[in-house]
Design a protein around this ligand. Structure first.
Ligand code: MAN
Length: 544
């Protein structure tokens, strides 16, 4: 509970007048009306009503600190400094009269020994200068913006006009394409008729070629079969019998050291003996795969033999070396390592390479011969009339392709313009000129790119692929055309697709001035443009 104070003390120590508003010390102009000296004072939280003289009596009555705005009596109160000439400020009331100047106007130290001169004007100067600079930019930028609005509207108009033009061009291009298609079909029908006899000839030639190839293959097979027949015909009577085949241990499939009848039945069938023709027709088709298999096995065995011989030779060499070393040192030698498997492989590998090289040479050689052949002039393939029809059909095809391409180009342009017309280039089309432009910013690691209304991207400075950080999405709701949002960028590793917010601010140049990544794969660009230089009063005027 507070004691009584005289009115004189009250006015000199707790009341301040500023801007003709009488209010207790530490209270802002906005809250002045909440303190009425003619009535009692009720704490803001409604918890207590006290005589008005208790306000700022350096005793905390209200739990919400509202009765002591100008003293440090309440623990959670705030003290308001007007700081005329700079910026008003609220400080915790514990700092009132604590011997430290917190307010630039010095009002927080009204009872302490500390002298706090009013420095607000000085401190406010640089802030004012900055504000003036910004206001100047705002003003100049606004003039540029007015031009951009005009340009944006022009662009929109041009797009409309172009769309109308394209609609006409598209109709014409469709008609031309249809006409070229008809022409092409007509000439192609004639071309096909003329080519029919050549196609038939070609077909016959192909069949003939295939027939010949088959015959040659059969001849080769016949020769090979004959060669084997001679081997099996042990008594050289021009016939093979089961008994003769039974002499060949290769047929001993179950390895019981005898060739049983059923082991050769597959090759003799029901026949008791075979002459060379029967052998070729009946036996050879079954025998051939078996012989191929045997040949491969023989090859493998040969290979293994060669390797074993090499290994033996190697070991011999090692033994020799060991003996020599023993003699030289006159003591027991260290163990000499076994030949390494890898070494063998390496040797094999080298051999293979050589073989490959050899093949390549062979192939190149063949290629050259073929090229020489290709350079030899051929006699004309078609008669004059057919050739004329082919040439005309080729031309008709080309013309049709051209008409089709032309139509597609028109349709593409129309689609692009229609898409652009759907984009929101600002309330007065002032951002429209940015379409088709790109702006860059480089930091320590990346070059960043902003192509407004299209996409944002990032590329490592020391090379590497471009990463898309977002595709044009929309203006952020409630941002009043000050934040663009780009989404559906490249997927973040183990995370979502990348997104970009582009904060747009007023500037005399179009400039990307900073890029940060506040959260992983979420980017924040800052972009300056005169299109954003709009004063609110001006905007209101425009709206009206
Ligand atoms: C790349 C860049 C970075 C991003 C990481 C996420 O290095 O796109 O900006 O943070 O990928 O893995």
């Amino acid at each position: 509970m507070s004691g009584f104070v005289t009115l004189g003390v009250l006015f000199s120590s707790i009341w301040l007048t500023s801007s003709d508003v009488l209010r207790p010390r530490g209270v802002s102009l906005m809250r002045a009306s909440l303190y009425q000296p003619a009535s009692e004072f009720t704490c803001f939280d409604g918890s207590l009503t006290i005589p008005f003289s208790y306000v700022n009596d350096d005793y905390c009555d209200c739990q919400d600190s509202s009765d002591e705005p100008g003293t440090s009596a309440c623990p959670n109160g705030t003290f308001h400094c007007m700081n005329i000439g700079f910026a008003a400020k609220d400080i915790p009331s514990s700092r009132v009269n604590d011997g430290i100047c917190d307010c630039c106007d010095g009002t927080d130290e009204y009872k302490s020994k500390k002298h706090c001169p009013d420095t607000c004007y000085e401190e406010g100067r640089s802030a004012r200068e900055e504000a003036e600079r910004l206001a100047e930019i705002q003003k100049q930028g606004n003039t540029i913006r007015e031009q951009l609005v005009i340009k944006g509207k022009q662009l929109k108009e041009e797009k409309k006009v172009r769309l109308e033009q394209l609609a006409k061009e598209e109709q014409e291009a469709e008609a031309i394409k249809e006409e070229k298609d008809e022409l092409k079909s007509r000439i192609e029908a004639m071309e096909n008729a003329a080519l029919k006899k050549y196609r038939e000839i070609e077909e016959k030639e192909r069949e003939e070629r295939e027939k010949q190839e088959k015959e040659e293959e059969r001849k080769r097979e016949w020769e090979e079969a004959k060669h084997h027949f001679k081997t099996f015909d042990l008594n050289k009577d021009g016939k093979i019998t089961k008994e003769e085949l039974q002499h060949f241990s290769e047929f001993d499939l179950n390895k019981d050291n005898q060739v049983a009848e059923d082991e050769i039945n597959a090759y003799m069938g029901e026949m008791a003996e075979l002459n060379v023709e029967d052998f070729f027709e009946k036996s050879w088709p079954n025998l051939k795969p078996f012989i191929r298999h045997l040949q491969k096995e023989a090859q493998r065995a040969e290979e293994a033999k060669k390797q074993a011989a090499q290994k033996e030779e190697y070991e011999k060499q090692q033994q020799l070396l060991k003996q020599q070393m023993e003699q030289m040192r006159g003591e027991v030698p260290e163990q000499i390592p076994e030949p390494q498997e890898d070494g063998d492989h390496e040797e094999e590998g080298e051999g293979d390479e050589e073989e490959e090289d050899h093949h390549e040479e062979e192939e190149t050689g063949r290629g050259e011969v073929e090229n020489v052949g290709a350079a030899t002039p051929h006699p004309p393939k078609y008669d004059e009339e057919t050739q004329r029809l082919i040439d005309e059909a080729n031309k008709a095809r080309e013309h049709f392709e051209e008409a089709d391409r032309n139509l597609r180009d028109i349709q593409r342009e129309r689609k692009q313009i229609e898409e652009a017309m759907e984009k929101d280039y600002g309330p007065h089309e002032e951002f429209a000129f940015l379409e088709g432009e790109c702006y860059e910013y480089t930091d320590r690691e990346y070059n960043y790119k902003l192509c407004p209304f299209d996409e944002t991207s990032q590329r490592p400075k020391n090379g590497g692929a471009e990463t898309k950080l977002g595709n044009w999405g929309k203006w952020l709701e409630d941002s009043n055309y000050s934040v663009m949002f780009y989404d559906r960028g490249h997927t973040c590793w183990n995370g979502p697709q990348r997104t970009t917010h582009v904060r747009i601010k007023c500037g005399l140049e179009n400039e990307l001035i900073s890029v940060t990544e506040p959260n992983r794969c979420e980017y924040l660009f800052e972009f300056l443009t005169p299109a954003a230089c709009v004063s609110h009063s001006k905007e209101l005027h425009d709206e009206l």
